[in-house]
Design a protein around this ligand. Sequence first.
Ligand code: ADP
Ligand code: MG
Ligand code: MG
Length: 252
Amino acid sequence: APELIVKGLKATVDGKEILKGVNLEVKGGEIHAIMGPNGTGKSTLASVLMGHPRYEVTDGSVTLDGEDVLNMEVDERARAGLFLAMQYPAEVSGVTNSDFLRSAVNARRGEGNEISLMKFIREMDNKMELLEMDEKFATRYLNEGFSGGEKKRNEILQMMMLKPRIAILDEIDSGLDIDALKVVSKGVNSLLGPEMGVILITHYQRLLNYIKPDYVHVFIQGKIVKSGGPELAERLEAEGYDWVKEELGVED
Ligand code: ADP
Ligand code: MG
Ligand code: MG
């Protein structure tokens, strides 16, 4: 089973420190929710774990099953089983959704182990059905003209096809109505098992009614400042973040 260990991770963008010492351990079968106010660096953490070139790691370490993730190229990280469902998925013209997915699946599987076209199509059809996606999304250009909800479903479709070992889901609930939220959650829940760990970044407790976390972490000013169980999310929902800040003596 996978094991991701983040220790003392610091990172800057344009010389400004955003991550200020993140510590987090995620094992297969565990769901870790990361909750925090806007602009505190949650998406930055996701981007840094995936190796986005915009961010410079200045301290700390990240390992997946003992392997140094920070030394891996972006594609190596994907092959190792790291996956990010993004808060704002990019639109890509000229590449159909199914072509994109098939190259991503094959990149993840590695050379000599490519999925057959028949098997790929069958699997994609099944998963699109579960996500209540119209068949036409397979042949449309990646995310182009997709609504917010369609983009989110498509991110989960990618995740279901790629079967990551560590899945990072960044605000997959933002902009979703309750029906879409249920469908997206059903997709995520269908993948849960001992071979996958999940980092669920969310602003709202609502998502956690559908995807049940084992651990909840409060992320403020560039690091995890408090951890607990699901009851922590309920308190944050009811009382906001001020009490955590007071406890810690931080201001903003
Ligand atoms: P969150 O996801 O918690 O809302 P972000 O990680 O998106 O927070 O942003 C944290 C801080 O880092 C913000 O002040 C944001 O403006 C800054 N930041 C993030 N990414 C960039 C970037 N690519 N360029 C400049 N500033 C950035
Ligand atoms: Mg945000
Ligand atoms: Mg964010």
